[in-house]
Write a protein that binds this ligand. Sequence first.
Ligand SMILES: [Zn+2]
Length: 183
Amino acid sequence: MQVLEIIVLTDLGVYAAHRTFHAVPILWRFHAIHHSVEEMDCLAAFHVHPVDQIVTKATALLPVFLLGFSGEAIALYSVIYMGHTMLVHSNTKIGFGPLTWLIAGPQFHHWHHAGERAAYDRNFAGQLALIDLVFGTYRVPTASMPAKYGVDDPIPSNIFGQIGYPLVPRKAVTTGDRPRSEP
Ligand SMILES: [Zn+2]
């Protein structure tokens, strides 16, 4: 029961942090590192800028520790989360059929990474697609998978370039900017 409560609580935090990382331009520069992957596989789950990782995990987990859930429940949740985040990023067409709207699956999360305008800023939840449904950001358009992944942002290809990318000032507008605020 505690594990289920932790999943709901943490995923509300993941949703809020993730949506904020998409909405605020300076934060998007950190999160764009994760979206720069152009081929989805389970390792994409770990292709995350440290600032993105720390802020998102802190937002999700701080209430869990403050509310005093048991160590065993937190440990079991951590194992489930690790498996789940690798699954939703993995290179598979597994769909959850009639439960697609409830549990985040590869199809749901692949559409979050889709490199097409209509897919931007949708499907923020990590484990419970229901949260996106409730807040009006759910979008799984077809039973198929996206044709293309990645972003237009000029993300460097090496690790040091990617870690420094959000911190290096750029001109206010470049032709490579992903149009974050457009519908
Ligand atoms: Zn994202």
